[in-house]
Design a protein around this ligand. Structure first.
Ligand SMILES: NC(=O)c1ccc[n+]([C@@H]2O[C@H](COP(=O)([O-])OP(=O)(O)OC[C@H]3O[C@@H](n4cnc5c(N)ncnc54)[C@H](O)[C@@H]3O)[C@@H](O)[C@H]2O)c1
Ligand SMILES: CC(=O)N[C@H]1[C@@H](OP(=O)(O)OP(=O)(O)OC[C@H]2O[C@@H](n3ccc(=O)[nH]c3=O)[C@H](O)[C@@H]2O)O[C@H](CO)[C@H](O)[C@@H]1O
Length: 351
């Protein structure tokens, strides 16, 4: 039987590129689309640099189209060109603070873009869908560890709401038509890089998230880290999160695709992708110092508005239903981030 062909939206981004790599290694054919609004496109190749490197690492071909998923015609033309079996949907805008400043752009990109994609799928009889959701759908945790049964929807930012609203649309769609089979993967805090050091996280401008900030301080691009809040009710007063290695996360997607490929079952299924282990900001700083041999200068500052104190996953359901479990710990996350950051101090741009 020919290997299934998966359309990957946002495949040039951080999580998309790592997942494409694991999908190729697992034998899937991959068609990537990305509008490159948050991915480095430079170089002589027509491929975005991350995918160029994915090809180099895997020795396999990535089909790439520069497509904006909000553009109906562009999306349709990809479905006309290729016989798609399943879709893995990563494309989205994802900066929490920015989403509060420009909510309409977030709703247009993330909601309209997803609707256009789902309509094109239905028109082409493609009903298997893996969605990039987030622990942000749980809002402030009411209990820990957070299971998939935890209520969703109490999101504080427009970004978070787009993740929650999309899940609601997907549930309605699955209720309305039994041909749909949807897996929504709720990521906790993805960090790290591929072991080769060739692909990794390359944020535009000042990083919003902790790990890339730490890495840029260690490599000398930024003077110091601001630690947001030291008076939380946690082991050392700093915020606690469930960091998950990007390769574990990528493998979770392959497991989800394997499940969709092999089941006749339809419906909406949500799974947490996390490790179940909470790590504080200062624990991560110290782990990174050990892994890199560099000092990470920091100062304790006020809390960032909207931040919860502690959030970590119960990831048992993904283990039971998908046969997936995270295996890489904090030290490995730091080691691999450092290999990527030290070999590519300016990310994909060779400046
Ligand atoms: N990184 C995280 O911490 C995290 C956590 C939870 C969920 N997620 C979700 O995972 C997905 C991937 O996140 P990431 O960290 O890889 O982000 P990313 O920005 O690196 O990747 C997203 C990619 O989508 C592309 N894109 C955005 N809008 C598009 C559009 N309209 N048409 C085509 N391409 C478009 C961007 O150019 C980018 O390459 C997103 O849906 C995000 O919300 C990320
Ligand atoms: C409010 C916010 O942005 N939430 C998003 C952010 O969650 P998180 O806030 O969980 O991730 P993060 O990496 O922004 O922060 C992790 C922890 O580090 C702390 N921290 C972060 C940056 C920094 O410069 N200094 C510092 O101390 C922060 O207060 C928190 O305790 O990312 C997630 C994915 O990874 C989701 O997309 C969340 O919706």
């Amino acid at each position: 039987m020919a290997p299934p062909t998966v359309l990957v939206t946002g495949g040039a981004g951080y999580i998309g590129s790592h997942t494409v790599l694991e999908m190729l290694n697992a034998g899937y054919n991959v068609i990537c689309v990305d509008n490159l609004c948050n991915a480095y496109s430079g170089g002589a190749s027509k491929l975005p640099e991350a995918l160029n490197r994915v090809q180099e690492i895997t020795g396999k071909k990535v089909n790439f189209y520069r497509v904006d998923i909000t553009d109906r015609e562009q999306v349709r033309s990809v479905f006309q060109e290729h016989k798609i079996d399943m879709v893995a949907h990563f494309a989205a805008l994802k900066a929490v603070g920015e989403s509060c400043r420009i909510p309409l752009q977030y709703y247009h990109n993330n909601m309209t873009g997803t609707n256009v994609l789902l309509e094109a799928m239905a028109d082409n009889n493609v009903f298997k869908f893996v969605y990039s959701s987030s622990a942000t759908v749980y809002g402030e945790p009411k209990f820990l560890p957070v299971t998939e049964e935890h209520p969703t929807g109490n999101c504080t930012s427009p970004y978070g709401k787009t993740k929650y609203f999309t899940e609601e649309i997907l549930k309605d769609l699955c209720k309305s038509d039994k041909r749909w089979a949807v897996v929504s993967l709720r990521y906790f805090n993805p960090v790290g890089a591929h072991i080769s050091g060739r692909i990794g996280e390359d944020p535009n401008g000042e990083p919003n998230n902790l790990m890339p900030y730490i890495a840029q301080v260690a490599v000398g691009r930024r003077a110091k880290l601001s630690v947001f809040g030291s008076d939380f009710a946690t082991k050392d007063g700093t915020g606690v999160r469930d960091y998950i290695h990007i390769v574990d996360l990528a493998e979770g997607h392959v497991k989800a695709l394997d499940k969709l490929r092999n089941i006749a079952e339809s419906g909406f299924f949500a799974y947490n992708l996390g490790t179940g282990v909470g790590c504080s900001v200062l624990e991560l700083v110290h782990a990174f110092e050990r892994a890199s041999g560099k000092k990470v200068t920091y100062e304790l500052v006020d809390r960032r508005s909207g931040d919860v104190s502690t959030c970590y996953a119960d990831a048992q359901l993904a283990e039971t239903k998908l046969g997936w479990k995270a295996t890489r710990g904090i030290d490995k996350m730091c080691e691999d981030t450092w290999r990527w950051q030290s070999q590519n101090p300016n990310g994909y741009a060779n400046k």
